[in-house]
Design a protein around this ligand. Sequence first.
Ligand SMILES: Cc1ncc(C[n+]2csc(CCOP(=O)(O)OP(=O)(O)O)c2C)c(N)n1
Length: 644
Amino acid sequence: MPKFPIDLKDYKPLTFDISKPTLSSEQKKQLIKNIQLVRDTVVFFTAYAKAKDIGGHTGGAYDVVPEYLITEAFARGDKTIYPVIFDEAGHRVAIQYAMSAINKEWGKDGLQKLMHYREFKSGLPGHPETELKTAKFNSGRLGHMWGEVNGIAMANPDKKIVMLGSDGSFLEGNDAEAARIAVSRNLNVKVLFDMNDVTIAGHPTEYMKGFNIEQTLGGHGIKALVGNYNDKEDIDLLYKQIRQVLSEDGPSAVVTKRKMAVGIKGIEGSPKAHDAIGVDVAIEYLKAKGYKDAVELLKNTKPITYKEEHLGSSVEEGKCRSQFGKTVASILSKLSGKQILNSVRIFDPDLEGSTGLQSIREALEKKDKNLAKSVYHNIGPQERAGILAAGGFGSERGKQGIYATFSAFSEMIISELTMLRLSKRNMLIHYSHAGEDGMSDNTCHFGWNIFFLNNGPASEDTTKMYFPADALQMDAIVKKVFNDEGIRFVFSTRPGVPYILDEKGKKLYENYQFKPNKNEIIREGKDGYVISYGEMLYRALDAVEKARKEGIDVGLINKPTLNIPDEAMLKKIGKSKFILLVESQNYNTGLGIRYGTWLLERGLCTKYAHIGATKPGIGGQEEQIPYQGLDSKDILKKIKEMAK
Ligand SMILES: Cc1ncc(C[n+]2csc(CCOP(=O)(O)OP(=O)(O)O)c2C)c(N)n1
């Protein structure tokens, strides 16, 4: 492994005395130097992950370096400041990792460790997670931290608790509740907001007219100190403001208005700075600062590739999550502007590029810009308000709300779902990034509890859950259920998946009509059956094909409608010698626990087992599935055990 290429010998930890109202010129000089070195470090190691094609986030972490270093320096000089600087925007974890390395919390090789940000087993996944022993708190779902910090303040009444805030997190409703509690109990919580006016898919002040952090805080009873920095940060002012909030009793905040990634040519002020910095942009930035070794490393780093062929499916892959948007766009393209206006509203909680909604927006804009404005709404990271608005729009026959986000965040809307279901709302909801596949964002972003959504009353539930196995099946499912009534969930995963092939090697889901509720025979078998769905189907198919080559005549069933038992199929496979249910959902909450019940209720007491995810994540991308023991090799092993 090459040596960490940023020389940090000029970095000197600072200690500030809270009684001093201003920085000395020496302190200021060193602070500015430190900020630059930490920012260069963040740029380098996040770009290095990008060069390896394992993603990451640069801009947010880069932004908050000044407030992090100033707070840390005050904490060194004042033991009443809680020693952990919390962050409600966990994707900015690069600042936590950078400082743990620089402060030698991981021993003398800490900087080397940064070279492995987001890699498998590196301990440095995409969000801070304490179980990996590299973070001091867990954060990653926006809006989940401040509420907890309130309780930490209650448990430590003699301490001041500092949390880094962000415009994206503040959009989530939990922050409003947390602010009220902090005010009502006069908690010593200090929130330092990075108001860079950038989230993933745009600028909050543009897509959420009226959004204003300081005025909102004022309404809750927190007077925020505002720093307005356009092109240039003012370290003296930031020092004074942080000192002031740390000196006051009770909750208080600093709102730092700045351009995201200030000083990084090409991405400054742009949502492009939110994710990992482009390698070319990083090279230009580091070159200008004379970091020759870092530039060379970035130039010579290749993407980590995971290509592995699977029997029974194609080499070519398609992304189901992108297909969702393409299919909806194609359906809408056949409607007139008036029909679209009357029948759909699309709500994007800031993830449009990741969930496929972007294709819908682009198609609408191509048709008619004004129509797009009326129909398509970037509602920012506001999971609950977004889904409720989508449901409210779908309150009449012929109208539906379309909504898409990550499967992990389905856990946030369970109660809303109950109310929407009671009101018989019409909605088409796409939850992407289900399971663990390709998720170096790690456990907080695993979409492994999607069956929490299966919570309606069994006798009259019209809620449907569909999980296609490849992009062609996604297309067929969306086309089939688009005009259905009720709440329809469609799931997909982060990485592309191969196309499922029939026994002759043809794409199974080409020229195919989707039949809701029906299970599909992918391979017939006499000795037993594997039943699976989604991104696990091609892995299961590989295992089944290999088992068959070894003389075990095992069949494979796809179950694209997750929450409805298929009576005919239950009867058929329930009489075989064994059934193995394969999924990447949580072993505790997935289809596996339901399927076993369905079998027993029908007196079908064959040998049954289910495998699903049982462990917290460990970083990396396609390593997550094998790590859970869910690779095709693991499935094959289980088939062999069961066929004995
Ligand atoms: C509840 C929830 N919804 C959506 C996301 C996906 N997401 C991650 S970061 C982000 C935007 C965050 O913006 P901000 O916190 O201002 O961070 P910055 O762009 O400044 O880094 C979103 C929507 C999430 N992590 N949690």
